[in-house]
Design a protein. Structure first.
Length: 622
């Protein structure tokens, strides 16, 4: 678990570098850990974190997070400890008693905003108050665990109170898994003309108890566009569970857009389109007596109120509808498209259904998209594991393309020169260390599958990356489960990025070379990886620090291995009479590599720097 402590320290250095000028207190690593917890675990933007920190004369509260939409208040104590520092019972027991007691008496003067929030929510029985204790090790006195089984609610507090202890392994699970976030609850009305335009499958009414509650409804496209806008206004992610997502105005979307723009053909849209699939948490039927007046004015007398709807199939349709209808004002959009309908399937997954039909919602996502040429790789990349790594890459100025829609999303977002310049500034320290000169947005985009293949070439070898790399995002393959979902066990976020950029540099130099053959990028990764074999994560981190600490260190080491790929290829050709195109598909010949390494090192002008790097890896005996 020491490898994750290394990751925390790496992130803290990034925070100190990026935001030290905003908050001078960040020079103290113990204080910076508060920033780390709030940004990495609670998903707060670093630029607005400072008011949430109450450390110093804080009554055992280091910071807090208020999620108003989901009615949660998190009161947090953070301990940045070394791995062998014991967490004592008193450290924890004071935190579990003092904060609520002081807040309940209205005496928390350290942060008036927190006191105001507490006064507002303590009598609301729908609220949840979490006392969360985070510590950067797994070493605590044995009597601590029992403290978290107690009831810490107090007279006058109607909100539910929970207490949780997070050690280093728990924190790692949050970092790469389900981070806390302020989930937005969203309610919308989906109206239709008559009750007859809806097929309501009610399991009890149909005497079909094995079915789930579902609706098939004819919905006007203008109403779908309204829902799309409402969700965007409330920052609700309408397509969170959708695997296809919006891929731009190419291919199938052109047909949708063309039909919607054609005044004569648009009324046939219902016949042409396969429809939209929605999963929601609750669906309330609205007869004419419950339907708001604004919908009755548009000739509706029936409909449904949906709670937290997710469009799981039809994202292309919805976004294409928005693309066309956004050019009409609010009044004319209803008249222009009054004859344009689409079929909407609504599946209701309340808590009971989720328990009784475990996994069905995920299968609906999978199978409703299976006819649209969506590969297993797209489903594999939806894991929070990769999405959280993506978040960390953005903080470092690089855009990891995880979901199918990411390229279109980032192209739109960073088309703004100001935003693109911010991205470049974040990436600057990484680019400078490798002497990269990136200028286009595409230079900062990294496909997830390619990242995993590059890391595979380094960790194993180029041959495995070449022959088995296609499995890195196949959900049920051993490569996916054993390698792709475990890269954090041996590689920090910084080094994931730097290793990829090294490969990217080799690719650029190969394309620019006269022969278009050298250096061989996978061999560069393989050869450097061979010098780092079988290292514990903390030792590997130290060795890669030697490689990547500065341009002055990196270039001599990189150039040595780059030239080594040429020498190796020439020796294989001479010894085995093997063509280049055949050789790059073969396993590496260790004896030839060792001979080439020693011969190249003998005449290399900066051999001492190479020896420092390699001897630290304890690989080759001189």
């Amino acid at each position: 678990m020491d490898s994750f402590k290394i990751q925390i320290d790496e992130d803290i250095k990034l925070i100190q570098r990026e935001y030290g000028n905003i908050d001078p207190r960040l020079t103290k690593v113990e204080f910076a850990f508060n920033y780390w917890v709030l940004s990495r675990i609670y998903s707060l933007d670093e630029e607005i974190i400072s008011p949430n920190i109450t450390e110093y004369n804080d009554k055992n509260i280091d910071c807090y997070v208020w999620y108003e939409d989901i009615k949660e208040l998190h009161i947090i104590q953070n301990k940045y400890y070394e791995l062998d520092t014991v967490v004592n019972r008193n450290d924890v027991s004071d935190f579990l008693t003092t904060p609520l007691s002081v807040l309940n008496r209205g005496q928390y003067s350290r942060n008036p905003e927190l006191q105001r929030i507490f006064d507002r929510i303590k009598s609301d029985n729908e609220y949840k108050i979490y006392l969360s204790f985070f510590v950067t090790n797994e070493y605590h006195s044995p009597d601590i665990d029992g403290l978290f089984d107690k009831d810490y609610s107090l007279p006058g507090i109607e909100a539910s109170v929970y207490a949780k202890y997070y050690d280093l392994s728990d924190i790692k699970s949050l970092y790469y898994g389900d981070r806390f976030t302020n989930k937005v609850n969203f309610y919308t009305i989906m109206p239709t003309r008559q009750k007859a335009t809806s097929l309501d499958v009610r399991p009890d009414n149909y005497d079909m108890p094995w079915m789930i509650d579902l609706r098939y409804v004819m919905i006007n496209v203008a109403e779908l566009y309204r829902i799309y806008k409402e969700a965007a206004k409330k920052n609700y992610v309408l397509f969170e569970e959708n695997i296809r997502e919006y891929l731009g105005t190419q291919g199938i979307n052109n047909g949708i857009i063309k039909t919607l723009k054609d005044k004569n053909d648009r009324e046939n849209f219902f016949y042409y389109n396969n429809g939209i699939t929605i999963i929601c948490e609750y669906c309330e039927t609205l007869g004419v007596d419950k339907l708001p007046a604004e919908y009755k004015k548009r000739k509706y007398n029936y409909g449904f109120k949906l709670t937290n709807p997710q469009i799981v199939n039809g994202c292309q349709t919805i976004n294409s509808i928005a693309e066309v209808l956004s050019h009409y004002d609010e009044k004319s959009v209803y008249s222009e498209f009054e004859k344009v309908y689409v079929l909407v399937k609504i599946f209701v997954f309340d808590e009971t259904t989720k328990r009784s039909k475990a996994g069905l919602d995920k299968n609906i996502v999978r199978f409703t998209n299976s006819q649209n040429a969506i590969s297993d790789k797209a489903f594999a990349s939806k894991k929070n594991y990769f999405l959280n790594i993506q978040s960390e890459f953005v903080k470092r100025g690089y855009l990891l393309l995880v979901k199918p829609s990411d390229k279109a999303k980032y192209t739109s977002e960073y088309n703004d020169p100001v935003e693109f310049k911010k991205l470049q500034n974040k990436a600057k320290s990484f680019d400078e260390r490798l002497d990269l000169h990136s200028s286009k947005l595409s230079d900062y985009m990294i496909p997830l599958e390619k990242l995993l293949k590059v890391l595979l070439a380094f960790r194993e070898n180029g041959y495995i990356a070449f022959t088995r790399g296609s499995s890195v995002l196949k959900p049920n393959s051993p490569m996916y489960k054993d390698f792709s979902l475990n890269i954090e066990t041996w590689c920090t976020i910084d080094n994931m990025l730097l290793l990829y950029l090294m490969h990217y540099k080799a690719e650029k130099e190969k394309k620019a070379s006269e022969s278009k053959r050298f250096p061989i990028p996978y061999y560069v990764m393989s050869f450097i990886g061979a010098s780092c074999k079988d290292k514990a994560p903390s030792e590997l981190k130290k060795q890669l620090d030697i490689l990547f600490q500065s341009k002055e260190n990196f270039l001599p080491i990189y150039n040595f291995y780059k030239e080594l790929t040429t020498a190796y290829a020439e020796n294989v050709r001479d010894y085995y009479n093997m063509d280049y195109n055949i050789m790059i598909k073969q396993e590496m010949f260790p004896s030839i590599f060792d001979n080439c390494f020693r011969n190249s090192l003998r005449f290399y002008p900066d051999k001492e720097r190479i020896k420092t790097f390699v001897e630290y890896g304890k690989y080759i005996n001189y």
